[in-house]
Design a protein around this ligand. Structure first.
Ligand code: URA
Length: 243
C-alpha cells in the first residue's frame, strides 16, 4: 500500500505537492469514490482516476542481476556506494531488489517494480529455495553439518531444515566449500549459521533462486526474466513445486 499522492506522482500525473492539491480539490477518485483525505493509501488493485482519467498502470518489469561483491542491495546508499539499481541506468521504471544480499555476497538477485511478486518471493511462508555456495574457514565436522541440516539455534531462533552438501575440502589451507539450500531469508543467515558451527564464511555466492541460476551471466550482468520464468516462480511460491 502506498500513499495516493505518491502513486499519482509515480504515474506521472504531477509532483507529489501538486497531486496533494488535486486530492484536496476533490479531483481524485479511488474505486469510483472521491477522496479528499491526504493519508489515503492505495494498492495496485485500486482504480485511481484523476479528473476523469484513469491512472496509467506502470508496466511490471523483472530482471535477474548477477550481483558482484562490493555492491549494496538497496535503492539508495547514504555512503554513496554502488547499488544494485545502478546496474539499470536505462530502466525508467522505479526498480528495486527482491530481498537482500549482503554487500560482500555475490550472486542472483531479482529486480522488479512488482510489489506483490516481491512479497511472494520473499515471505518465508512461500518457501522459495535459494542455494548458496560458501567458502568457509575450517573444515566443518559431519555432526556440525547435520546441525545445519536439522536447524541450528541462532539469536533470532531456530533455523528451518536446510540441505547441505560438501563440495570440496582443502586440508592444507583448512578451508571447505559447502553448498547450502535454505528457504528463509533472515539477515546474514548463512554467515550466522556457519559462525554458529565455528567455521566463518570467507566468501558467499547465491547460486540459485527458485528455478533461476546465474548461468550465462558474468558478475555485474543482468537479463530480463522470461514470462515463463516469472510464471514458474509464481507457481513455485503458490504450490511449492513446478509442473
Ligand atoms: N545469507 C547471508 O549470510 N548473506 C547473504 O547475503 C544471503 C544469505
Amino acid at each position: 500500500m502506498e500513499r495516493l499522492q505518491k502513486v499519482m506522482a509515480q504515474a506521472g500525473v504531477a509532483s507529489r505537492r501538486k497531486s496533494e492539491e488535486l486530492i484536496l480539490a476533490g479531483k481524485v477518485k479511488v474505486n469510483g469514490v472521491t477522496v479528499t483525505e491526504l493519508g489515503t493509501k492505495v494498492s495496485s488493485k485500486d482504480q485511481v482516476e484523476v479528473e476523469g482519467v484513469q491512472l496509467a498502470k506502470e508496466q511490471s518489469i523483472y530482471y535477474l542481476l548477477y550481483k558482484p561483491r562490493g555492491v549494496i542491495s538497496t535503492a539508495n546508499d547514504e555512503k554513496g556506494r554502488k547499488t544494485v539499481v545502478d546496474f539499470f541506468p536505462e530502466v525508467e521504471e522505479r526498480i528495486y531488489p527482491v530481498g537482500r544480499l549482503d554487500y560482500d555476497t555475490s550472486g542472483i538477485i531479482i529486480m522488479t517494480n512488482d510489489g506483490e511478486f516481491s512479497y511472494l518471493m520473499t515471505h518465508p511462508k512461500f518457501e522459495i529455495k535459494k542455494t548458496y555456495v560458501a567458502k568457509v574457514k575450517g573444515i566443518p565436522r559431519r555432526e556440525d553439518l547435520k546441525k545445519l541440516e536439522k536447524g541450528i539455534e541462532l539469536e533470532d531462533g531456530l533455523t528451518a531444515p536446510a540441505r547441505v552438501k560438501t563440495v570440496s575440502v582443502d586440508k592444507k589451507s583448512k578451508m571447505a566449500i559447502i553448498e547450502i539450500t535454505i528457504h528463509e531469508g533472515r539477515n546474514r543467515q548463512v554467515r550466522r549459521m556457519f559462525d554458529a558451527i565455528g567455521c566463518p564464511v570467507d566468501s558467499l555466492k547465491r547460486e540459485t533462486f527458485g528455478n533461476l541460476t546465474t548461468r550465462g551471466l558474468n558478475a555485474g550482468e543482468a537479463r530480463p526474466l522470461t514470462i515463463h520464468e516469472i510464471k514458474q516462480l509464481r507457481v513455485l511460491a503458490e504450490t511449492g513445486k513446478i509442473g
